[in-house]
Design a protein around this ligand. Sequence first.
Ligand code: SF4
Length: 447
Amino acid sequence: MAYPSGRSMSWRSLVCMDLDGDLSMKNNTEVAPRMVFADQRGRIFDHPSLGMVCRSGWTFRQPEPEELIPLPTECEFFLLPGRRALGWDADRGKVTAVEQTAVAAFVSPGFTLNAVCAYETDTGAPTLPLFAYAAVGFARGRFWVCATQVDTDPRQRFDNVAPQRIQAGARQWLKSFPKNRLVRHLADCALVSSCPAARNLALGRYEAPLPTSQTCNARCVGCLSLQPPDSGFPSTQNRIRFRPAVREIVEIMGRHVQRESRPIFSFGQGCEGEPLTEADLIARSVQAYRASGGMGTVNLNTNASLPETIPDLAKAGLTSIRVSLNSPRDEVYARYHRPHGFGFETVRETIRAAKRSGLFVSLNYLFFPGISDRPEDVAALMELVNVEHIDFIQLRNMNLDPELYLQLYADTRESEAKSGIGLRRMIRGLRHHAPQLRFGYFNPYLG
Ligand code: SF4
């Protein structure tokens, strides 16, 4: 059958459909989606008999009912080149491949994947670009995805925002600050790269991005701002190519606070390197902003590699840090982040320095189903949360070709748990052991 109501549609038109779904965390005890696939013309169909299959680590399986939600608003579909869709053959009790192309969903910010798309990859298939690939199926006249809503903040929703408002906002910034290079950079991010943070800045709302750093002391496999030519996929953002001046940073902070009553400012963006390599510049900028009476949450998204920089940043007026990690286990952490001159123990030292300095500490736990929720990783996460008194966990998706990510850990396939305990069970376990811990997707406003 083709979609919807018997009409066949291309994935592009499906993206624009009103897919506003029930975002509640209801247990969908009865839904049993069918497999979806795409034909050569890019039209998406559901299979007449095969059921939906998803992937957690190396395990291909049917989704559990509580893992499924209706496809949220502002999601998109991906047709996966060189990858054949997999479905569940109930008669034979096994997973079966079809000849047609696999289809995945990109879920909107605020949702974290319970499982990724299941497919069989042909030899020579290109590496997938830096996104997260949710398992998707079809039942009861709508699409379903394996995802959980972890944050209801509408911070990165733009479905009710006319593009003209963003364009006008960016032009106004350029007009007000013609000599500010950082304004020019962020206007480009908003208008050319469609960066959600930069679009919000243009609109004068929520969290203002403040990129500063051109270099990094890690080489994360899925770095958004820099990829070597032989990686097989491009970076999704362009790394900043100049060092902003204190004046340029403070001008942006000063204007944003006039427009947003609960402002958040964030150093450490997708279009830069590691902000702690510019700790002195950031400390001087924050200090100048605070000295002029500047209010709001000043946050720093970081790889937490330089603990000695934290006390001065806190003294200058920083409110919080968010530490990115794919695992609290050094051997798992190192293979993805490929740190240069530091290890996970240094990350812990930075967290301790931040807590000692009175900062609010979030983890940006880059979640990949079947790896991040393995019992070994969850136990290590619980230990980290409890010992270091972590305040908040942001559950963001690991944006990387799933097979490339799994290859990093292929040798642990036999020695470690075969699959994860599931995102929801992981959250429930962490809540039980650390009742003070909060969860979300975005940096919280802390006053
Ligand atoms: S820490 Fe950030 S900037 Fe550095 S390599 Fe990793 S993702 Fe890229």
